[in-house]
Design a protein around this ligand. Structure first.
Ligand code: ATP
Ligand code: MG
Length: 354
């Protein structure tokens, strides 16, 4: 009898309205939302595997917090690289865990017949068809019976409150952990686009190299992240923090004090490159569009915009007003939630071939 009930629960009846789940699987953070509930999960896109048993044993924040501290039979991976899935099995395991943890509690109210689960997710504009299919396949393996995949810059613009179907162009820049997507959107589509890989994680590598060359100190991933988020700013706020690394000379731990100015020096070349590419995007845009962009300014999304004063830095470099969206890290997931509530737009924007 119990088995019959369990099997009945799994039946997905087509006349049931789907239960929409929004998933923004970012390079550094995975965000999951349910349209009328809001964001129900925000965890690092990180997973740990026991390489002896091949079992995945650490997920999200827990996996992230033990990077560099694990025995050699535990491997911690970031299954998304530069916005696309690079480790399929790890991504399936991680998404399954997140969905079980965050979404399943909301399905308990459907005591007998569970509605079909529909996933709404986004991929970078530059993702290849194979990369888009990999995402769809992950979602299908996790138990979603239908998937809607939309280009991420469009979703982020919707999350930023832009009506993307008007012919009023907007330049939106999403600065995340793995990608910087610079996009001019007008008339429901992308007019000009450029993508850079020197996003948040690449900045951590620049910091690591700088400290290595200047002080002969090897730093862990978490220390580089801490240096960036605590010290980097464009408000002339001179801070210092003490960090510990491994000395190149004798392999022993060594502490040094690092200043904001040094972190700025370490990453400045990357920010100059971003400013140059923003100029290029504006230069290649049709003249009708450029005027409006200068009028409205540039919109910034993504968690990297949390560098204090970064809007002022770009405004000065580019001589255009730069505006950071409210809650910029959640712009993409907000856009997915808006689309979940608007089936007509969802059908119009999702890739029908996936
Ligand atoms: N105060 C801060 N200063 C500098 N960088 C920050 C700050 N806060 C967060 N970040 C960086 O923002 C990045 C994460 O941004 P976000 O959450 O938008 O990325 P994501 O959506 O996971 O990745 P992507 O969209 O590129 O696939 C990380 O690299 C993090 O270090
Ligand atoms: Mg993102």
């Amino acid at each position: 009898m119990v088995n019959v009930i369990e099997n009945l629960k799994k039946i997905h009846l087509p006349f049931f309205t789907p239960f929409f789940v929004c998933l923004d699987i970012g390079t550094t953070i995975t965000r999951i939302a349910i349209p009328n509930k809001g964001i129900i999960l925000s965890e690092p896109t990180c997973i740990g595997q026991n390489t002896k048993t091949h079992e995945y044993i650490f997920f999200g924040g827990e996996a992230q917090s033990i990077i560099g501290k694990t025995p050699n039979f535990v491997s911690i991976v970031h299954p998304v690289v530069n916005g696309v899935i690079s480790d399929f099995d790890a991504q399936v395991a991680l998404t399954r865990k997140f969905v079980e943890q965050a979404v399943y509690p909301y399905l308990k109210s459907f005591s007998f017949l569970r509605p079909p689960l529909a996933a709404i997710s986004a991929v970078p504009h530059r993702a290849t068809e194979i990369e888009q299919k990999a995402l769809a396949e992950v979602l299908s393996k996790v138990g979603f019976s239908s998937t809607y995949i939309i280009e991420r810059p469009i979703v982020t613009a919707i999350g930023g409150g832009i009506n993307i179907f008007t012919h009023r162009p907007h330049l939106i820049i999403d600065m995340g952990g793995g990608l910087i997507e610079l996009t001019i959107i007008s008339g429901g589509g992308i007019v000009v686009e450029k993508t850079l890989k020197n996003a948040g994680l690449a900045m951590n590598h620049l910091i690591s190299n700088y400290i290595y060359l200047k002080y002969g100190l090897i730093l862990g991933e978490a220390t580089c992240e801490e240096l960036k988020t605590s010290l980097l700013n464009f408000n002339d706020d001179a801070k210092t923090i003490m960090i510990r690394g491994k000395s190149l000379e004798n392999g022993l731990p060594k502490s040094i004090r690092i200043k904001s100015a040094e972190i700025k020096e370490a990453v400045l070349s990357s920010l100059i490159q971003i400013a140059d590419v923003i100029k290029e995007v504006i230069e290649i845009a049709p003249p009708e569009i450029v005027d409006e962009i200068y009028d409205k300014g540039i919109l910034f999304a993504g968690q990297m915009t949390q560098i204090p004063g970064i809007d002022r830095y770009f405004s000065q470099e580019l001589k255009i007003n730069c505006v950071i969206l409210d809650d910029p890290g959640n712009a993409t997931i907000r856009g997915l939630m808006r689309l979940a509530k608007n089936p007509a737009d969802l059908d119009r924007l999702s890739n029908p071939t996936i």
